[in-house]
Structures are given as structure tokens and as C-alpha cells.
Design a protein around this ligand. Sequence first.
Ligand code: SF4
Length: 114
Amino acid sequence: MRLPADHAYSVAMSVRKADSAHPPPRVTALPGRLPDLSDGACIDHPYLSENAWTGARASYRDRELARAVCGGCAVLSACREWGTGPVGGIVNGIIGGLSGSERRQIRRQRQVAR
Ligand code: SF4
């Protein structure tokens, strides 16, 4: 069987990546576990798409609406705690009713307080 030219190229690339001179990157465990947020109000929200929380180009209005939805969420405290933790601090978007910069500010204040 003859492989298409582009497939043969990708196989050659895979073999090169397995070369011991170029070991695969190390994958370290994420700090902390993701809490169970399956009851989150943002999941399958009837009026707002998930872009309001996570979209890099979400409008100011959509982000404020997302914050309002977070305010009435059943898992707000668990979500906010995760969002201000080591992993949540590097994720952009609205988490637990807080923007990325607000969560990073809280993390910095906690570190200063220690
Ligand atoms: S607090 Fe906000 S981001 Fe977190 S699960 Fe609830 S609605 Fe979603």
C-alpha cells in the first residue's frame, strides 16, 4: 500500500519526536482538583452562551450579565475558591463572578498577607 505524501511526512515527524535526544515534554500533575461544578448556573444557561464567561471578545454587557448569573449560582463559593487558586489564577474569563485580573489581585493579596 502506498501512503499519500503528506501522511508519510507526518510519520517521519513522529519518529523524529520519539528520538531520545528530543524527549517528550514532562507532564506534571495539576495543583488541586477541579471541584464539582456540575450544578453551576453557567452550564447550559438558557440566555447566555458560555462565551460570556470565557470568550476573549465577550462584550462588557455580556461579562456583567455573566457576573450577575454567578451571583445566584449554587456553587459560587467552591467555584470562586478554585478560581482564586493556583490553576484558576492563570485562566482568563469570569470565574466565580470575578474577572481574571480580580482573581490575580486576590492571589497577590493572599501571598502578601502570609
Ligand atoms: S460561580 Fe459562575 S462561573 Fe462558577 S459555576 Fe457558577 S455560574 Fe459558573
